[in-house]
Design a protein around this ligand. Structure first.
Ligand SMILES: NC(=O)c1ccc[n+]([C@@H]2O[C@H](COP(=O)([O-])OP(=O)(O)OC[C@H]3O[C@@H](n4cnc5c(N)ncnc54)[C@H](O)[C@@H]3O)[C@@H](O)[C@H]2O)c1
Length: 416
């Protein structure tokens, strides 16, 4: 049995969810159609550590349609959709994942993917790449390349590259415009609020909503929170991003001030301990904290667990802590709230992200042996092609440059 899932009997529900996701992922289905004809991934084994969601299942099917063999595990202990994992297992995919994995199982499953001996890795957060580099170097010679989905993973890969530790080429799919400017912005924006609302069902109108980090994810989250009537405060460490937040109409201040004002706090920095005990101790009673950054280290949950008088799980993804005689709340154990308490990004936005993954895998195969062990950005044309596929899927056509415009844009002699 080449799978470990929560309950194989959930497969039928999973298949229905995947089928529904497909109705929203037409650009990716176009890539799949071409893959069926051309079989660009024939004979290639792809080992994946991605959130096991219905959208990821559509990517898995696309890679298989292209001729690949696939094995998949999750990239976060709380993000697996058990019905989807079951459906993939039923389709014959090697899948090792369940929602609520222990740390031990998380690493056991990463090692199952390594034992599958992939030629290409797909990671979300770089745990698979680091596990291979630290404990399974013997796999490196047979690896053609890797693909990384998220900002945090790309940051880790760049640190590996800087230290001379990265031993095979990895494509930073997150750096596609059609990834971080769509998925991180519109996807995280909507799904973070979805997770927060499913965990708490609180009214957002009139609340003071603090967003920590004003990058692609933070901008989307702040925008959607304002859309629901919240008063948004942004905290930043980057001067330009702070200025952007100010000019976008948000209050900007230090966390040591914001912590006293907020009703809700969302971390999306990709950084460690941006909410610390010193902040939590000053929060109002009833304050709610959630994280939507990749790892569960943005909020000092360990410190909170140590210092709090008591902790009570009052709803499936909501814990009540008694700190300094006041109750404060933490959603989804501080793990990314949109996947822990909700279903992650809407399928449509994952369509462009995963076109990026499918085309990055194809790019690795086409350029086998030619890419240096480094962090690689896909050529602009690939990114542009993804945007075009998505526009086609939406039934939108755009203007093209006239010959006169092309000439004008390439000239310097026509001025005032
Ligand atoms: N929840 C999801 O589904 C999802 C989706 C995409 C990305 N992510 C993750 O979300 C995180 C953010 O991604 P991004 O693409 O927005 O990154 P980004 O680099 O665009 O933005 C991060 C921002 O946080 C700021 N920051 C860093 N340390 C800070 C601190 N101490 N206080 C306040 N601000 C601080 C940075 O200056 C930057 O502007 C990453 O961990 C990424 O992997 C999650």
């Amino acid at each position: 049995m080449a799978y470990e899932v929560k309950d194989i009997n959930l497969a039928e529900q999973g298949s229905m969810n995947i089928a529904f996701a497909e109705t929203q992922m037409l650009a990716l289905l176009e890539v799949k159609k071409r893959f069926v004809k051309e079989k660009p991934l024939k004979g290639i084994k792809v080992g994946m550590a991605l959130h096991v969601t219905k959208e990821t299942a559509v990517l898995v099917r696309t890679l298989i349609a292209g001729g690949a063999e696939v094995a998949i595990t999750g990239c976060n202990p709380l993000s697996t959709q058990d019905d989807v994992a079951a459906a993939l297992a039923k389709e014959g995919v090697e899948v090792y994942a369940y929602k609520g994995e222990t740390k031990e199982d998380y690493y056991k499953y990463l090692n199952k993917i390594i034992s599958f001996k992939p030629h290409i890795t797909i990671d979300d957060g770089c745990d698979l790449v680091t596990e291979i580099h630290s404990k399974h170097k013997e796999l490196i010679p047979s690896l053609i390349g890797g693909c990384e989905e998220t900002t945090t993973g790309v940051i880790r890969l760049k640190a590996m590259e800087r230290d001379g530790a990265l031993k095979y080429p990895v494509i930073a799919v997150n750096d596609n415009d059609t990834k971080h400017l769509l998925d991180n912005y519109y996807g995280t924006g909507q799904s973070t609020l979805d997770g927060l609302i499913r965990a708490t069902n609180i009214l957002l109108a009139g609340k003071t909503f603090v967003v920590l980090g004003y990058g692609s994810c933070g901008k989307g989250t702040a925008l959607r929170a304002r859309g629901l009537g919240a008063n948004v405060i942004v905290t930043e460490i980057n001067h330009f991003k702070a200025l952007q937040a100010k000019y976008d109409g948000f209050r900007v201040m230090k966390m040591e001030e914001a912590c006293k004002l907020g009703d809700i706090f969302i971390t999306v920095t990709g950084n460690k301990h941006v909410i610390r005990l010193e902040h939590m101790k000053q929060m109002k009673t009833g304050a709610i904290m959630a994280n939507s950054g990749h790892f569960d280290i943005e909020i000092d949950v360990a410190g909170l667990n140590k210092e709090a008088k008591g902790v009570k799980r009052i709803r499936p993804f909501l814990d009540e802590y008694n700190l300094n005689g006041r109750n404060i709340y933490l959603c989804g154990e501080g793990r990314l709230v949109n996947l822990a308490a909700a279903e992650g990004h809407p399928s449509e936005v994952m369509s462009t992200s995963f076109c990026g993954q499918a085309l990055a895998v194809e790019y690795c195969v086409k350029n086998k042996g030619k890419l240096k062990p480094s962090v690689i950005t896909l050529p602009k044309e690939v990114d542009d092609n993804i945007a075009k596929l998505q526009l086609n899927a939406l039934g939108i056509t755009i203007d093209t440059l006239t010959p006169e415009q092309i000439k004008y844009l390439a000239s310097w002699d026509e001025g005032t």
